[in-house]
Design a protein around this ligand. Structure first.
Ligand code: IVH
Length: 705
């Protein structure tokens, strides 16, 4: 129901009043479709046109402004300071649990207390079964900022931070700008006074975007999405908040007064949430009602798996007794309810000491600073190294040996140093200097203009680059030489038994057998494996050469296009950029590689040693590929699949003509996401790349079987 506009003395024109009212109704509906239901009906441009028209009418007729106008979503005049507001009902916090045992203790406390209270009421039916069927609602614990929203007659009149739980700050102008906070409630049975509580948060994709923009402007980035959400809400100028892509998820009600006669307010937590959804709030899609504590633990395990794939940060699970009557019986203890608990995930951020910094040289000469850390348990594993990426990152962090640093390890992502705790910096630390010469071969370190990375210019005279290129050549997805692991390659190079991959084909059994942890038998096995690996595919061979930016997918495309190595060697940049997945930069790297005589010689020698592959047919000037159903479609796979491995899925897609690449971009047609899909999923969502789950992928295979 829309609020009637009061006809004021100055705006008499009924057609204006009518248009304003109609625009507001329509914009409210689109806000709801877009923010609460994730199901927009009109394009953004059309929405903007409607909003601008309303802004214009309100500017011309200021007396028509109202507290629920959708124009308030773009922010209003800056404030001098936030006003303090006392909460009518205190905003409580939650007790924490960190293990299944602590969850069991919580459940026992709940059940004992309910049993006792029933006994006190002299009731006999305190059966165990009653409590084995105790219902909990499980919800992700969003990592954001708690907020209380006051609605009078369905209109948002105030938004307040949690503050100390008793008093918070009036952030009404800012909360109005948050898309998923309805300015006016929809649906029936809305109490005349309603307080809705929930969490305001910044989705991961928005956080990444805002930090990228900050770094580009040399501004300080936010440490995490929670921090970014808090910073955005604390703006005195709500126009800034409006630009910050915040979301709100409702998780409970506070004050509820003025329920109409004959209306029953929902009596379980789950039903309250569903009611809030009906009224226009976003509620968490992962919310589930379960029975018994074991189901709570199962929910925790399940969500732990899904955590990285969620588009927002969570730091645990909140469990709440479902029946409001039981919540009332259980009551509160100090500042937390007895009927709810937060099961926290292992911390993803911890503090530790930076012991030293080493510079590692990679296959292409890239020099990566690696921090050696006092081992610390974070994100479920013990971390003793973290990459510092490049010298820009080194400069930004200004981490120094002896510093206390904050380490973050989220999901499968490699551990990162988030920041330095400056207040704990010891005296006499020195800023880190990037080496001017390679720490391995002492060749000058160079930086290609336009690139961030510093590189050793030594090429194959650099022992580190030689080792890395041989490791790459032998690796599973390249020549797949069984038994030739990293340690063995290092020994072979250190002992000067080999200097390049060609030398692998002249290995002497006795020399290999004399190496540490080797013997005659394992040396013979290695030589046999090298022999077997000689028969390969053109795609693997191209990949094994280690050309910069030529990963498996690009190698496969090159192989498909050229069909033989000589055509690739004779190619030029104009031809290369016609190939799927290859842009001007990669084309340049390929040409740089193939035009070097040393590389041409290397390829010739490898072929002379017997490296071979069954002939492949070039597809550059045939129409064969166009007959395959997924030609010109680009897929990315992320997360785990159950019925088949990622490699199998990839091969099947490629067999149907699709290109499978490693990262999501505007050119991606589909992301196949399983549990744990992480940042690729976030990226796909931010670029509106369609996402398929395993079932849909299998259905696709079925379709073309
Ligand atoms: S219920 C009395 N549900 O966690 C119940 N809180 O320490 C109190 N939070 O500051 C809150 N997600 O902001 C609840 N689904 C959720 C939540 C949630 C995040 C935050 C909340 C509060 C803190 C509790």
């Amino acid at each position: 129901m829309s609020q009637e506009l009061k006809q004021s003395s100055s705006t008499q024109d009924p057609s204006v009043i009518h248009e304003v009212q109609a625009l507001r109704d329509e914009l409210h509906r689109h806000n709801h479709l877009y923010y609460a239901l994730d199901n927009p009906e009109i394009p953004d441009a059309e929405y903007d046109r409607l909003l601008r028209r309303l802004q214009q009418l309100e500017a011309e007729n200021p007396d028509l402004l109202s507290a629920d106008s959708p124009t308030l979503k773009v922010g209003s005049a800056p404030l001098d300071a936030f006003t303090q507001v006392a909460h009518k009902l205190p905003m409580l916090s939650l007790d924490n649990a960190f293990s299944d045992d602590e969850m069991a203790d919580f459940n026992k406390r709940v059940i004992d207390r309910l049993n006792n209270s029933i006994k006190n009421e002299a009731s006999e039916n305190t059966t165990k079964e009653l409590f084995e069927s105790l219902e909990y609602v499980c919800e992700p614990k969003l990592d954001g900022i708690a907020v209380s929203l006051i609605y009078e007659d369905g209109i948002l009149v105030m938004g307040v931070t949690r503050g100390d739980g008793t008093t918070g700050e009036d952030i009404t102008a800012n909360v109005r700008t948050v898309g998923s906070i309805p300015l006016r409630l929809t649906g029936n049975d809305i109490p005349s006074e309603l307080e809705v509580r929930g969490e305001i948060y910044m989705p991961k994709a928005a956080f990444e975007k805002i930090n990228k923009a900050a770094l580009a402007k040399d501004d300080k980035p936010f440490v995490n999405p929670r921090n970014a959400a808090a910073g955005s809400l604390r703006q005195l100028d709500s126009k800034i908040t409006a630009k910050r892509s915040l979301e709100m998820c409702a998780y409970s009600v506070g004050i509820v007064e003025g329920i109409k006669d004959g209306v029953d307010f929902p009596q379980t937590h789950e039903k309250i949430l569903l009611k809030l959804s009906e009224w226009g709030f976003r509620i968490n899609q992962e919310m589930r009602r379960v029975t018994g504590i074991d189901a709570c633990d199962a929910y925790y395990n399940n969500l732990s798996e899904k955590r990285d794939a969620l588009p927002y940060e969570i730091d645990g699970i909140v469990y709440k007794v479902n029946a409001i009557s039981l919540q009332k019986t259980l009551g509160f203890i100090s500042r937390a309810p007895r009927w709810a608990i937060a099961r926290k995930f292992p911390a993803q951020e911890e503090m530790t000491q930076l012991l030293g910094i080493e510079f590692q040289v990679g296959r292409t000469g890239a020099i990566t600073p690696v921090a050696r850390l006092e081992p610390v348990f974070v994100g479920g594993v013990t971390v003793s190294n973290a990459t510092l990426h490049n010298q820009d990152e080194v400069k930004r962090l200004d981490a120094r040996v002896g510093d206390t640093v904050i380490i973050r390890r989220a999901g499968d992502v490699i551990p990162q140093i988030v920041s330095v705790v400056l207040s704990r910096r010891p005296e006499h630390t020195v800023p880190l200097n990037f080496p001017e010469s390679c720490p391995v071969c002492e060749s000058p370190v160079v930086q290609v203009p336009g690139e961030v990375v510093m590189r050793c210019s030594g090429g194959l005279i650099c022992g580190a680059q030689v080792k890395e290129s041989i490791k790459h050549y032998a690796s599973r997805k390249a020549m797949d030489i069984d038994g030739l692991g990293d340690k063995l390659v290092e020994q072979l190079v250190d002992e000067k038994i080999i200097k390049s991959v060609v030398d692998l084909y002249h290995l002497d059994v006795d020399k290999v057998a004399s190496l540490e942890r080797m013997g005659k038998k394992s040396a013979e096995n290695l030589l046999a494996a090298i022999e077997v690996s000689k028969t390969t595919s053109l795609a693997r061979f191209i990949y094994s050469l280690g050309i910069r930016e030529v990963g498996e997918a690009t190698a496969r495309n090159l192989s498909q296009y050229f069909g033989d190595i000589d055509s690739l060697l004779a190619s030029d940049e104009e031809t290369l950029i016609l190939i799927n997945d290859i842009g001007p930069i990669v084309a340049r790297f390929i040409i740089d590689f193939v035009s070097q005589e040393s590389n041409q010689l290397l390829i010739k020698q490898l072929l002379e040693q017997g490296v071979n592959w069954p002939e492949a047919k070039a597809q550059n000037n045939t129409d064969d590929s166009n007959e395959l159903p997924l030609v010109n479609k680009t897929y990315v796979l992320s997360g785990s699949l159950f019925g088949l491995t990622r490699d199998q899925a990839k091969e099947k897609l490629q067999a149907l003509g699709a290109t499978v690449t490693g990262s999501v971009s505007k050119k991606t047609d589909y992301l196949v996401a399983g549990p744990g899909a992480g940042s690729k999923l976030t990226k796909a969502e931010s670029l509106s790349v369609p996402v398929l789950d395993e079932e849909q992928l299998l259905a696709l295979f079925e379709q073309y079987a």
